[in-house]
Design a protein around this ligand. Structure first.
Ligand SMILES: [Zn+2]
Length: 313
């Protein structure tokens, strides 16, 4: 039934995507400064979420620079691609969950859409690059001028947790980088991970509980300075300026407390000897942040601006 509905829908959609030749104007401005003249109708296949369709639309060609253009493709958001925006969104979604090939299989299973592994990779990376660019713009803007005050419900306790962890990368990504062992080339790059979450309640043992679903994440392979700004923008969006209590959690790494100094002065500092990256990661499943400390792995809240020290409690 699904397959036949897809066939019917893609046939109907193809009918809607037959664009007529232009009456006027028969020419368009070209990026070279000259004019591109209407040349002919051209067709291309486009894979949509209901299957393969054929788009027919006007083609314009510039006689000076020989650049061609399809204005309809810009309107439909299918410039230089044979995948509809809906399919690209799906590809990016499955592509960021696990391997690209696994994503391809999931698309087939869940949506009945057959694509190549490479197509999943391309769409996921293109949307990823787009997101990264927009994030960077936002960070730049935030640093140039004061961020607008976020108006929302007041947050009793807002936490920032940050850590770094090595991720295996291709050889080309570690070229010229010193590994942990003297004389050995680096095999990993450090990805910095930060999460922001709220806490309003305690569990029956009196330990604070992270509010379910309140965690947002930022991550990047970049310098501590840049990452500090990225995390600052995220914290701001979550209402950092309006929180009654602000807490920064991290391990003993120096860069973490440098970021705390620069971006989050005045926050309560909480030092953990267990691995914050693991705690960050587990938030997707359990909502309890602190369990009863065992061995030496505990948290300690210490007064603002004092040097963090490991806790035995
Ligand atoms: Zn031109």
């Amino acid at each position: 039934m699904r397959a036949s509905m897809h066939r019917a829908a893609s046939a109907a959609l193809t009918q809607l995507l037959q664009f007529a030749p232009p009456d006027s104007p028969r020419s368009l401005p070209c990026s070279c400064g000259s004019q591109a003249r209407y040349k002919e109708q051209r067709s291309k296949p486009v894979l949509t979420i209901v299957g393969l369709v054929t788009v027919i639309r006007p083609y314009y060609l510039c006689s000076r620079c020989h650049g061609g253009q399809f204005p309809t493709d810009s309107e439909l958001d299918i410039v230089n691609t044979e995948f509809s925006p809906g399919v690209r969104r799906m590809q990016a979604l499955v592509g960021q969950q696990s391997s690209f090939d696994r994503g391809r299989q999931e698309l087939q299973l869940l949506a009945g859409i057959a694509v190549t592994t490479k197509a999943v990779e391309r769409a996921a990376e293109a949307i990823g690059a787009d997101i990264a660019q927009r994030d960077q713009k936002e960070i730049d803007r935030a640093l140039q001028l004061q961020l607008p005050l976020e108006i929302g419900p007041k947050v009793p306790v807002l936490y920032i947790l940050l850590d770094g962890t090595g991720v295996p990368v291709r050889k080309s990504e570690t070229e010229g980088r010193q590994g942990k062992n003297q004389g050995q080339p680096a095999r990993t790059r450090e990805v910095k991970l930060g999460c922001v979450f709220t806490q309003t309640g305690l569990n029956e043992e009196g330990y604070p509980i992270r509010d379910v679903g309140s965690t947002t994440y930022v991550a990047a392979i970049e310098t501590a300075e840049r990452f500090g700004k990225r995390l600052y923008v995220e914290a701001w969006k979550r209402g950092w300026s309006q929180a009654d209590q602000k807490v920064v959690i991290g391990d003993g790494a120096e860069w973490i407390w440098n970021i705390a100094d620069q971006q989050f002065p005045g926050a309560v500092r909480s030092l953990t000897s267990s691995t914050p990256a693991n705690i960050c990661g587990t938030s997707l499943a359990p909502s309890i942040l602190w369990t009863r400390p065992h061995n030496n792995a505990g948290f300690s809240a210490i007064s603002p601006n004092s040097t963090p020290a490991r806790s035995k409690s």
